[in-house]
Design a protein around this ligand. Structure first.
Ligand code: NAP
Ligand code: GFB
Length: 318
C-alpha cells in the first residue's frame, strides 16, 4: 500500500486548481488527502499566514498554483504589483515547504516568461536567456525566480522542488473579468453580453494576428498529476499543446463565435495592444515522457468552456 499523502494545492480555487479538484474528486484515491486553498484561507504574500496554513494542514506534497495572474492588459498596467506579489508568494511557499519538510513541490511558470527575442521553438533551456516581453516583465521575473530557487533549494538541501511551464490555459472556472482576464474568457464574456443585448458587433482587441498555444485546463490537470507522481527532475518541463496546434487570436475569436452558433463578422480594435506576437514552445520533452498523451481538440474545449459560461455566468468570476 502506498504511503499516505497530504497534497496541498495553493491557488486551488482558480482555473487550474478547480480543474485538478474536479479530476481528483472523480477518481478513488487511496491514502490521499487533498486540500484546495483560496486566498481567504490565508494570504500567501504574508509569511505568518503561510506558516499557519502549513502548520494546520501538514502537507507532504504541494502543488503551488497561487499567484497574481492576469491577461496582457492587466500585466501591462500593473507590472510592479505582479512582480512584488508573486515574489512574496513564491518565496513564502518554498521557504515554508522547506521548513515543514514537504517531500515535493510542483510550482507553475508560464510560456510567457521566456525571452522576447529568441529562436523558435522555445524549450526549457531558454528560460533565462534574455529579458522577457516588456508587457509582463514583472510577472515573468517573479516566475523565473521560482526556477532559480528550486535549483538553490535542491543544491543546498536536496529539496525535490520542481516546476512546470504551461502555455496559455483556458476552461471552466476561468477569470471572465474583462479588465484582468485572459483573451479566451474575456471574449467568451464579451460575446455573451453582446448576444444577450441583441447586438451584432463582436470586437476583438488588437490585430488578431498574434499566435498562441492554448491548453485546456482539464488536460493540464491530468499532466499536473503525472508531474506530481512521476516527474523527478528539478528542471522545469513545458506543458503545451503541439506547435502545430498554435492558433491566431482571430481564429480563437472565430471559434468562440462558432461555439455560440453566431456567424457575425468580427471587428478588430487595433488601437489596443497585441502584446507578444508569438511564444511558440516545444513540448518535445513532455512527448518523450508521454508520447501518447491526447489533448482535447481546441474546438471541443472552446465549446465546453462556452457552454460552461452560459450555464454559470451568474456565479462565474466576472
Ligand atoms: P487564477 O484562476 O487567477 O487563480 C489564482 C489562484 O491563486 C486563486 O486560487 C487565488 O485565490 C490564488 N491567490 C492569488 N493571490 C493569492 C494570495 N496572495 N494568497 C493566496 N492565494 C492567492 O489563476 P490560474 O489561471 O488558475 O493560474 C494558476 C497558476 O498557473 C498560476 O501560477 C499561473 O501563473 C499559472 N499559469 C496560468 C496560465 C493561464 O493562462 N491562466 C498560463 C500559464 C501559467 P482566490 O480565488 O481567493 O483569489
Ligand atoms: O491571454 P492574453 O491576454 O495574454 O492574450 P497573453 C492577449 C492577446 O489576445 C493579445 C488579444 O494579442 C490581445 O490583443 N485580445 C483580443 C485580447 N481581445 C482581447 C481581450 O478582450 N482581452 C485580452 N486579454 N486579450 C499573458 C501574459 O500574455 O499570458 C500573462 O501577459 C500570462 O503574464 C498569460 O502569462 C498566460 O497571452 O498576451
Amino acid at each position: 500500500m502506498s504511503e499516505s499523502k497530504t497534497i496541498l494545492v495553493t491557488g486551488g480555487s482558480g482555473l487550474v486548481g478547480k480543474a485538478i479538484e474536479e479530476l481528483v474528486t472523480s477518481q478513488k484515491r487511496e491514502n490521499e488527502k487533498w486540500i484546495f486553498l483560496n486566498s481567504k484561507d490565508g494570504n500567501l504574500c504574508d509569511i505568518v499566514q503561510t506558516k499557519k496554513l502549513f502548520e494546520k494542514y501538514k502537507p507532504t506534497h504541494v502543488i503551488h498554483l497561487a499567484a497574481k495572474v492576469g491577461g496582457l492588459f492587466d500585466n501591462m498596467s500593473n507590472n510592479l504589483d505582479f512582480l512584488k506579489d508573486n515574489l512574496h508568494i513564491n518565496d513564502n511557499v518554498l521557504q515554508t515547504s522547506f521548513e515543514s519538510g514537504v517531500k515535493k513541490v510542483v510550482s507553475c511558470l508560464s510560456t510567457c516568461i521566456f525571452p522576447d527575442k529568441t529562436s523558435y521553438p522555445i524549450d526549457e533551456s531558454m528560460v533565462h536567456n534574455g529579458p522577457p516581453h516588456t508587457s509582463n516583465y514583472g510577472y515573468s521575473y517573479a516566475k523565473r525566480m521560482v526556477d532559480v530557487m528550486n535549483k538553490a533549494y535542491n543544491q543546498q538541501y536536496g529539496c525535490q522542488f520542481t516546476s512546470v511551464i504551461p502555455c496559455n490555459v483556458f476552461g471552466p472556472n476561468d477569470n471572465f473579468n474583462l479588465k484582468s482576464g485572459h483573451v479566451i474568457p474575456a471574449l467568451i464574456r464579451k460575446f455573451f453580453d453582446e448576444i444577450q443585448a441583441g447586438g451584432t458587433s463582436f470586437t476583438v482587441f488588437g490585430s488578431g494576428k498574434p499566435v498562441r498555444q492554448f491548453i485546456y485546463s482539464r488536460d493540464l490537470a491530468k499532466l499536473f498529476l503525472w508531474v506530481l507522481y512521476e516527474y523527478n527532475e528539478i528542471e522545469p518541463i513545458i506543458l503545451a499543446v503541439d506547435e502545430s496546434d498554435e492558433v491566431t487570436i482571430k481564429e480563437v475569436a472565430e471559434e468562440i463565435l462558432k461555439a455560440y452558433n453566431c456567424n457575425s463578422t468580427l471587428l478588430f480594435d487595433t488601437s489596443k495592444a497585441d502584446g507578444q506576437y508569438k511564444k511558440t514552445a516545444s513540448n518535445s520533452k513532455l512527448r518523450k515522457y508521454l508520447p501518447d498523451f491526447e489533448f482535447t481538440p481546441f474546438s471541443k474545449a472552446v465549446k465546453e468552456s462556452v457552454d460552461w459560461y452560459c450555464k454559470n455566468h451568474e456565479i462565474a468570476r466576472n
